[in-house]
Design a protein around this ligand. Structure first.
Ligand SMILES: *[C@@H]1O[C@H](CO)[C@@H](O)[C@H](O)[C@H]1NC(C)=O
Ligand SMILES: *[C@@H]1O[C@H](CO)[C@@H](O)[C@H](O)[C@H]1NC(C)=O
Ligand SMILES: *[C@@H]1O[C@H](CO)[C@@H](O)[C@H](O)[C@H]1NC(C)=O
Ligand SMILES: *[C@@H]1O[C@H](CO)[C@@H](O)[C@H](O)[C@H]1NC(C)=O
Ligand SMILES: *[C@@H]1O[C@H](CO)[C@@H](O)[C@H](O)[C@H]1NC(C)=O
Ligand SMILES: *[C@@H]1O[C@H](CO)[C@@H](O)[C@H](O)[C@H]1NC(C)=O
Ligand SMILES: CC(=O)N[C@H]1CO[C@H](CO)[C@@H](O)[C@@H]1O
Length: 381
C-alpha cells in the first residue's frame, strides 16, 4: 500500500493541475534559445510530419500560464507568412502570448473541398488536437484562453474549427479575415455544430476583395456572399439585430448581442479594402496585392476582442445548449439574400452542452472521480 503512495500523489498533482486549468507543460524548463524567438517545430499527426512556427513570450516563465493564439496562413502559404504579415509576435502585439503559426500540407488548409484541397478535413482537425496536446505538454498554457485567427483559406479553416463540436471546444473565440468559407455557400454541404452558444467571432472582409469577393464566388472554389455566411452564424449564435455604425468614415462595423451575450459577434465591412490583412500601416499582403493601408487595425481589435472571452465563459447568457438543428447556412426564412434551402446535408445538432467544452469537462470529471476514489483508497490504507 505504502509503495502506491508516491505514484498516487503524483497522480493527484497532475489531477490538481488539470482542474486548475494548468497544463502538464507548466513548470517544465524551456531552452532560452526558444524564448522570444520564432522556432519551426514539427510533430507527427495522422502519420504525417506536420510543421508549425512557435513564438514564446519575451519573458516566458515556466510557472506562469499563457494565452495561446493560433494564426492560420492563406493559400498557398506557410505559417511564417501570416506571422510576417500581421507581426502578431512582435512585442507591440503579442509579448504575453504563445503564438503558433501552423503550416498547411501543400500550403492549403482543408476546408472540406474537393480538387487541390486534398487534405481530408478530419486530418487537419486532428492536427489541431495533436498540436494543442503538444503545446499543453511542453509549455504552460492557459486552457481557458486559446484563440484562432487567420486570413483567406486560413479563415475558412478556422471557421471549420469553430463548427466542430470537439476540436472547436478548445477555443474561446475566433477572428477570420477575408475568409474563404468554402462549403458554406448556398447549397454547400458544410456542417456546423459549435460547442456552445454563442461562439464569439470577430470578422473582417474588404469590399474590393477580388480573390474572395464580398458578394461570393461561384466557380471551382465556391464561397458564400459574406452576408450569407454571417447570417448562418447569426442564427446559430441566436443573435438579435445588428447595431450598425460607421467606423473611421470608411468601414461599416456591425455588432450583435447573441443569446443574451453582449457584442458576441462583430463584423467589419471595410470599404475599398482588397484581399489583405487590415492594418493602418502597410503590411506584406497589402504590398503584394498593391493594396493600401486601411482605417481598421485588425490586430488591436482582435486582441481586445479575445481578451473578453474564455472557453467556459458565455458572458451573461443562460448556458443552455442550443436545441435547434444546426445548419451551415441560414434558414429559408433568412433575409440575407439566401434563396436556397438549408445548406445541403446539415447535421442535426448534438451540441456539447452550453458554455462548456465537452471534451475538457469530460477530462475534468474523470479526474475528479479518480481523485475521489484515490482519496478514499488512501484513507482506507
Ligand atoms: C519533419 O519535417 C521537419 C521540417 O522539414 C524536419 O526538420 C523534421 O526532421 C521532420 N520530422 C520527422 C520525424 O521526419
Ligand atoms: C462536400 O462537397 C465536396 C465537394 O463537392 C465533396 O468533396 C465532399 O465530400 C462533400 N462532403 C460531404 C460531407 O458530403
Ligand atoms: C489546382 O490545380 C490546378 C492545376 O494544377 C491549378 O491550375 C489551380 O490553380 C489549382 N488551384 C488551387 C486552388 O491551388
Ligand atoms: C451563384 O449562383 C447562384 C445560383 O446559381 C446565383 O443565385 C448567384 O447569384 C450566383 N452568385 C454569384 C456571385 O455569381
Ligand atoms: C475599389 O474598387 C473600385 C471599383 O473597381 C475602384 O473604383 C476603387 O478605387 C477601389 N478602391 C480602392 C481603395 O482601391
Ligand atoms: C479609427 O477608430 C479608432 C476607434 O475609434 C481610433 O482609435 C483610431 O485612431 C481610428 N483610426 C483612424 C486611422 O482613423
Ligand atoms: C511588414 C509590415 O509593414 N508589417 C505591418 C503590417 O501591419 C501590422 C499591423 O497589422 C504592423 O504592425 C506591421 O508593422
Amino acid at each position: 500500500m505504502i509503495r502506491l503512495l508516491p505514484p498516487l500523489l503524483t497522480l493527484f498533482a497532475v489531477i490538481a493541475s488539470v482542474i486548475a486549468d494548468d497544463t502538464p507543460g507548466c513548470g517544465k524548463d524551456v531552452s532560452s534559445a526558444f524564448i522570444g524567438r520564432t522556432q519551426r517545430l514539427s510533430i507527427i499527426s495522422s502519420g504525417t510530419n506536420r510543421t508549425f512556427y512557435l513564438h514564446l513570450p519575451q519573458r516566458y516563465e515556466p510557472d506562469e500560464d499563457y494565452p495561446v493564439i493560433l494564426g492560420f496562413h492563406g493559400a498557398p502559404g506557410i505559417g511564417i507568412h501570416f506571422e510576417a504579415d500581421t507581426m502578431f509576435s512582435s512585442p507591440r502585439w503579442g509579448s504575453d502570448k504563445i503564438l503558433v503559426f501552423p503550416d498547411a500540407l501543400g500550403g492549403i488548409w482543408a476546408t472540406g473541398m474537393e480538387g487541390n484541397m486534398t487534405t481530408p478535413l478530419e486530418q487537419d482537425l486532428q492536427f489541431m488536437t495533436d498540436l494543442l496536446d503538444y503545446l499543453r505538454n511542453n509549455y504552460c498554457v492557459d486552457n481557458e484562453k486559446i484563440y484562432a485567427t487567420g486570413i483567406s483559406n486560413g479563415g475558412g479553416f478556422l471557421n471549420r474549427i469553430a463548427c466542430d463540436p470537439t476540436v472547436g471546444a478548445n477555443f474561446a473565440a475566433f477572428a477570420p479575415d477575408a475568409g474563404a468559407y468554402t462549403g458554406f455557400q448556398p447549397g454547400g454541404n458544410a456542417t456546423c455544430n459549435p460547442y456552445k452558444t454563442p461562439i464569439p467571432i470577430i470578422s473582417f472582409h474588404g469590399t474590393n476583395d477580388t480573390t474572395i469577393p464580398y458578394t461570393g464566388r461561384n466557380d471551382s472554389i465556391p464561397t458564400p456572399p459574406i452576408e450569407y455566411w454571417l447570417q448562418g452564424w447569426i442564427e446559430r449564435n441566436k443573435c438579435g439585430t445588428a447595431k450598425e455604425t460607421v467606423y473611421n468614415k470608411t468601414a461599416i462595423h456591425l455588432s450583435w448581442d447573441c443569446d443574451g451575450v453582449k457584442d458576441a459577434m462583430q463584423h467589419f465591412k471595410v470599404e475599398g479594402m482588397g484581399h489583405v490583412w487590415p492594418s493602418t500601416e502597410e503590411n506584406f499582403s497589402q504590398l503584394i496585392s498593391g493594396g493600401k493601408p486601411t482605417v481598421v487595425e485588425a490586430n488591436r481589435l482582435i486582441l481586445e476582442f479575445f481578451e473578453r472571452w474564455e472557453v467556459e465563459d458565455r458572458g451573461t447568457g443562460t448556458g443552455e445548449a442550443p436545441t435547434t438543428a444546426s445548419t451551415a447556412g441560414p434558414s429559408e426564412t433568412s433575409t440575407a439574400g439566401a434563396t436556397t434551402t438549408e445548406a445541403g446535408a446539415a447535421a442535426t445538432t448534438t451540441a456539447a452542452g452550453g458554455g462548456n467544452a465537452g471534451g475538457r469537462v469530460g477530462v475534468g470529471m474523470w479526474s475528479l472521480a479518480v481523485s475521489v476514489i484515490g482519496a478514499v483508497f488512501l484513507i482506507g490504507a
